[in-house]
Design a protein around this ligand. Structure first.
Ligand SMILES: *Cc1c(COP(=O)(O)O)cnc(C)c1O
Length: 386
């Protein structure tokens, strides 16, 4: 099998698994208990907090564990808007956010909040001028994702954060696709809140973190025993958190070299496809893009048909986001970038990772052109065009 869907999820690093096993077996104590046996679990959680903080250059007290990217995003959006609703009920996000941002915002809209959705240009980058024109005295929160999961476009986060700070508006970024893939420093970026998910960088599924800058107050989603200093009640997922910590530690060490290696492979795949197949369009920003992501439109055929044929060859890829594929709706990200419906249907996403090899890329470049040729032969759109 050739796995090229790392933006959907990544395999667990073997070293992460080894780190987790003791907490699934022998060290089962509840970190909140008082005896020494509990201190072992407690220490695992606090070590992991320090490791996650280290990866993003935060203070450990600014890192809160959650059940993943979706919960971190929901906590940031609903938590800030609820806490500060007396200041105003307006929120600004981009049109290309993940559903874990879009849907909580829709929920808030049904509950009396107003939302502004920022446009993006053809490369998927927001317009800072439109952002500045959209902020009113009622605006509480701006949320713009760091790296897009479908096309990989990276936003000017530092500029957006500086602008929000000057207007005294909170700024959150969904950095689920960025953390562990590129070097990132929350202090330099100047963000107030930032979402992280372990399973996007070789950690386990169902665990993540939310960075909350010191002094920023927000309501919790879950009320209960007051864990995570009241922001996230519920007995800690100790094994998962230990896994997230180890994934963060490994990313910090290995990321710089991996990013370069993966980008080389991605660029070779991109060049090879553009050379061997006609009428292919690159989606996303040519430069400001996650090093592992390649999203293309192969015109006149359906992305889904290509995926099925790639699957027969043992290749796992995607037609956009894992959540929307299967629905046969064209991607909201590509539509926001101005792509016509019929072309957006032909989109294909390859996302690479640390177990991707040169041989994997060779194989895709060998099997994809004949698949496209076969499908185009039977495509009425291709016939009409010729
Ligand atoms: C995967 C993803 C999420 C959701 O994270 P989960 O841990 O799967 O809940 C949120 N935002 C982005 C950009 C993602 O890629």
């Amino acid at each position: 099998m050739i796995y090229l869907d790392y933006n959907a999820t990544t395999p667990l690093d073997e070293r992460v698994l080894q780190k987790m096993i003791p907490y699934l077996k022998d060290i089962y104590s509840n970190p909140s208990s008082v005896y020494r046996f509990a201190q072992e679990s407690k220490r695992a959680v606090e070590d992991a907090r320090a490791q996650v903080a280290d990866l993003i250059s935060a203070n450990p007290t600014e890192v809160f564990f959650t059940s993943g990217g979706t919960e971190s995003d929901n906590t940031a959006i609903k938590g800030i808007c609820s806490q500060h609703q007396n200041r105003g009920k307006h929120i600004i996000i981009s049109k290309i956010e993940h559903h874990a941002i879009l849907h909580p915002v829709e929920f808030l809209e049904k509950n009396g909040f107003k939302a502004t959705y920022l446009d993006v240009d053809e490369f998927g980058i927001i317009d800072l001028k439109q952002l500045s024109e959209s902020i009113t005295k009622n605006t509480v929160l701006v949320s713009v994702m760091y790296g897009n999961n479908e096309v990989g476009t990276i936003q000017p986060i530092k500029k957006i954060a500086a602008f929000c700070r000057s207007k005294e508006v909170y700024f959150h970024t969904d950095a689920v696709q960025a953390v562990g893939k590129l070097k990132l420093n929350v202090k330099e970026l100047g963000v107030d809140l930032l979402s992280i998910s372990a399973h996007k960088f070789y950690g386990p599924k169902g665990v993540g973190a939310l960075y909350v800058k010191k002094g920023v107050k927000l309501w919790p989603l879950l009320h209960g025993g007051g864990h995570e200093r009241g922001l996230r009640s519920g007995t800690e997922n100790v094994a998962g958190i230990a896994g997230l910590g180890e994934a963060a530690r490994l990313a910090k060490i290995e990321l710089p070299e991996e990013e370069v290696r993966i980008k080389k492979l991605r660029d070779r795949l991109q060049k090879g496809i553009l050379k061997s197949i006609s009428e292919v369009k690159l989606n996303g920003h040519p430069e400001q893009r996650l090093a592992n992501t390649l999203n293309i439109c192969i015109k006149y055929i359906e992305g889904e048909s290509i995926l099925i044929n790639l699957d027969f060859e043992g290749i796992c890829a995607s037609s956009g986001s894992a959540c929307t594929s299967g629905s046969l709706e064209p991607s909201h990200v590509l539509l926001a970038m101005g792509m016509p419906h019929e072309i957006a249907h032909g989109s294909l996403r390859f996302s690479l990772g640390k177990y991707t090899s040169d041989k994997d890329i060779d194989k895709v470049l060998e099997v994809l052109p004949p698949i496209v040729e076969r499908l185009r032969k039977i495509s009425p759109f291709w016939q009409k065009k010729k």
